[in-house]
Ligand binder design. Structure first.
Ligand code: RIB
Length: 306
């Protein structure tokens, strides 16, 4: 069975479903409340475990009860949490997710103990037994450390730098991402990074400036595309009734990497990842990603020979 290490944030997510946002000194009623484990890197670890890949999570929590719940939750999914740093006197990461009834979300993040993870906490021993390293963080020092180790140890590496990395601009991002095997970003991040008005212009700039083997851009309910070796490949999404898009990108990245580790073609990776992400979006919470058999069943029921 292939195995990965996922490096980055672990949060406790609190979701409120609401059609409107309050103005200053006002309040609105929430239609639904739900809670659960979150954090992009931790979500990736859970999603890829469900897809039949062993996962280790490398990150940090505080010494509070939300950190304990978040860690217990990860361990109960079969994720190896032996390399998680517990920081005394710090609060664990908490994110309030405001989910619109159409499935879109807005997030307010308190990073807390996540910021206490330092590059020195990422050691060769933790990565010794894995085939692939995934970084879901916009912190350049963390990306560079993980990349240095992965290259030294002959592991493949993927990076999802999110909005945090895109905000740092092309100069910084292109240095951080040079030599990475797979780079993930969504279309808003692509436009922000390239300072482009639409995603076509953004892709041109990104394809020229980011020297990664594969650059994968997710386009929400329009699917996803990959740029690899000067070639562009696009695969449309599956449109299921959206409930909550939180964590869709994490599920997409996990499904893509699981298919890559299994030697699937670029087209099959995008197809499998689109299917997994669409199933996730049809359910509440960042950790509602599907199991391997479910994705295969879904695709075969639509006539795909996978
Ligand atoms: O990628 C989704 C995640 O982003 C949520 O689980 C939330 O914790 C935020 O970090």
């Amino acid at each position: 069975m292939p195995s990965v290490a996922s490096i980055g944030n672990l949060n406790y997510d609190i979701y409120l479903k609401t059609p409107e946002l309050p103005g200053l000194d006002q309040s609105v009623e929430a239609l639904e409340l739900y809670t659960g484990g979150g954090g992009s890197a931790a979500n990736f670890a859970v999603a890829i475990t469900r897809l039949g890949v062993r996962a280790k999570f490398i990150g940090a929590v505080g010494d509070d009860f939300l950190g304990d719940i978040a860690l217990r939750d990860l361990a109960s999914e079969g994720v190896d949490v032996s390399s998680v740093k517990k920081i005394k006197g710090m609060r664990s990461g908490v994110v309030v997710v405001l989910v619109h009834p159409d499935g879109g979300k807005r997030m307010i993040a308190y990073r807390g103990a996540n910021m206490g993870l330092s590059p020195d906490d990422i050691g060769g021993e933790a990565l010794a037994e894995v085939d692939h390293v995934h970084v879901a963080s916009g912190r350049v020092e963390i990306i560079l450390r993980a990349k240095e180790l992965a290259k030294e140890m002959g592991k493949s590496i993927s990076v999802d730098g999110g909005t945090a990395l895109a905000k740092k601009g092309l100069e910084v991002a292109s240095k951080a991402l040079a030599g990475v095997d797979v780079v993930f970003m969504n279309q808003a991040e692509a436009r922000l990074l390239a300072e482009a008005k639409d995603h076509r212009e953004a892709l041109d700039v990104i394809a020229k400036r980011i020297e990664a083997k594969e650059i994968v851009v997710t386009l929400g309910d329009k699917g996803a595309l990959a740029i690899s070796g000067g070639e562009f490949i696009y695969v449309d999404a599956f449109r299921l009734q959206p409930v909550d898009t939180t964590g869709a990108g994490d599920t997409f990245a996990a499904a893509y990497i699981s298919a890559r580790l299994r030697g699937r073609s670029l087209y099959e990776r995008l197809l499998f990842a689109n299917a997994a992400a669409s199933l996730k979006v049809s359910r509440p919470g960042a950790r509602s990603s599907p199991k391997y058999e479910e994705v295969i069943y879904f695709l075969r029921s639509l006539g795909y020979k996978i």
